[in-house]
Design a protein around this ligand. Structure first.
Ligand code: K2U
Ligand code: ZN
Length: 173
């Protein structure tokens, strides 16, 4: 299966708004499989198609301890969010090494489609709810650092640009 490249903040492509999936076909299934492999390899618990430069409303999630409960959400829509919220530390495979607090709804109800085009309703709380909200932000072109202060965001941007330049220099050395 293919290992995909994850876009790194502040790549502008991460701010692309994903379009709805219209064809539930073999290529979509193959993309989802490659996204799962990429996510597990990167030790993530979620991954949005936006992060691998595919701008369709597709995300994969597996919050299980044993990494054996894969979920595919296609054209997801949050139809209810709890009024109760919680601020928790988040990271992102597109923002390596950065963790900071983000306020999220404690519970969400999501309507989505699976790879067979079958409509699903997911009622999530805890880490699954956080992950779904984080991934759905990606499909809207939003990265979690946008919830932080401009000062913090600019420091993160500077740090990651420096890191990318150092990696590029090491690659040719
Ligand atoms: O979008 C991503 O980069 C995947 C995130 C999803 C996520 C972020 C914050 C909170 C929950 C999920 C990655 O999985 S970040 C790495 C990670 C791994 C285990 C637990 C939390 C975050
Ligand atoms: Zn992320």
């Amino acid at each position: 299966m293919t290992q995909l490249t994850i876009l790194r903040y502040p790549d502008p492509r991460l701010h692309t708004v994903a379009r709805p999936v219209v064809q539930f076909n073999a290529p979509l299934r193959e993309l989802a499989g490659a996204m799962f492999q990429t996510m597990y390899e990167a030790e993530g618990i979620g991954l949005a198609a936006t992060q691998v430069d595919v701008h369709e409303q597709l995300l994969v999630i597996d919050v299980s301890e044993a990494h054996d409960q894969p979920m595919v959400l296609i054209n997801p829509e949050i139809v209810w969010s709890s009024p109760e919220t919680r601020t928790g530390d988040e990271g992102c495979l597109s923002v390596p090494g950065i963790y900071d607090g983000v306020e999220r709804s404690l519970a969400v109800k999501v309507e989505a489609f699976d790879l067979d085009g079958k409509r699903r309703v997911i009622e999530a709380e805890g880490m699954l709810a956080v992950c779904i909200q984080h991934e759905m932000d990606h499909l809207k072109g939003k990265v979690f650092v946008e919830y932080l202060s401009p000062l913090k965001r600019n420091r993160i941007k500077t740090k990651l640009i420096k890191q990318l330049k150092e990696e590029a220099r090491d690659a040719v050395a």
